[in-house]
Design a protein around this ligand. Sequence first.
Ligand code: DGY
Length: 438
Amino acid sequence: PTQLSARAAYLLRGNDLGTMTTAAPRLYPHMWSWDAAFVAVGLAPLSVERAVVELDTLLAAQWRNGMIPHIVFAEGVDGYFPGPDRWACTELAAAAPVGVRTSGITQPPVHAIAVQRILDHSRRHGRSTRAVADEFLDRRWPDLVRWHRWLAESRDPSGNGRITLYHGWESGMDNSPRWDSAYANVVTGPIPPYRRADTEVIADLSQRPGDAEYDRYLWLVEEMKRVRYDDASLVATMSFAVEDVFVSAVFALACDVLATIGEENAAPRADVRDLREWSARFRRGVIETTDPRTGAARDRDLRTGRWIGTETLAMFAPLLCGGLDRDVERALLRTFEGPRFAGHPDLRFAVPPSTSPVAGDFRPREYWRGPVWPVMTWLFSWAFARRGWAERSLHLRSEGLRQASDGSFAEYYEPFTGEPLGSMQQSWTAAAVLDWLG
Ligand code: DGY
């Protein structure tokens, strides 16, 4: 284990550009929003100071409307598409930040978890390290609340407690079967010519989304550009609009985490009250989507008004944020641990694949359509600990560590063979290991 954590630390140093850690060395040579939060979780046991720098870099790119963008581009670094010129946020978006280039969409709000881990670790150190964490919290508290307020208001315009996304990339689970039906209704218009960069890095095309999927991804960017990334216009114009139940559960959870941090650190009471309100509203929003018998949660396609039930990690959203009746929660835990997911008899490790191996649309090598993502194992193990399920949490941790002991720190893994897939040296995989061993 000490050797594994030394390798993970070495990996993060290798991906460190100074004030940002790239999500992966070649495939993702910039800063991604939720990657950065997980990276900060992994940096915290190594250096509270460096973890703070990571979040500061991300928050320095926050939009004026409160959005944390999904990519902060490293200056002068090429090799990723779509890059800053394609997004053209500086040119088009009134809310875009000055002096830094970003994408024009967002990603799941896991950042409060990172702030909490930073504070936790800082308490184990002397006064100067603690002061760094406290100063960071004081300085960035308003930005963190602004971020949550933007999600609660601009991304839940109807106030029903579910976050609306306008691009599959915003879910972080880009090509999950969750979005197939919504994407099927996206009719692409004229897309300026482009050349993918991801397939130059990952030669085995079966591990990445396909070209038809990419066309739709890029068309949605063009739709956003037409309305200059204006929040109010997106609601009416985007041909892809879904309520993401997983992001909504993460948000409910993150609001609680942030509220508790606020209470313990004398934050303005009105902020804490808002955070608790959002948390309650989004927990309710998540529970409303669930099957009363199985507890499985569903996404919703706002363009067709239909619920989207899939056998993917999204069905377990209520396990993250709570709110189900006890019996139903038990049933959902049994599904999580049973043969349709982490307890499938042929799995190499007992960790949940992104899509159920018994689902019709399961593909064991293809990105979010089946592979195991270690960072998701980490998120569930962290959330389970928080919910008081220590044994379940430790089990995920030990299986996750067994999987990571191959030392590739892969982005995702084939569930049956354990073959590492996608990018190697993925920062957030190393971060998960560091937190588990820290
Ligand atoms: C990618 O490029 O594959 C990313 O997931 C998009 O954010």
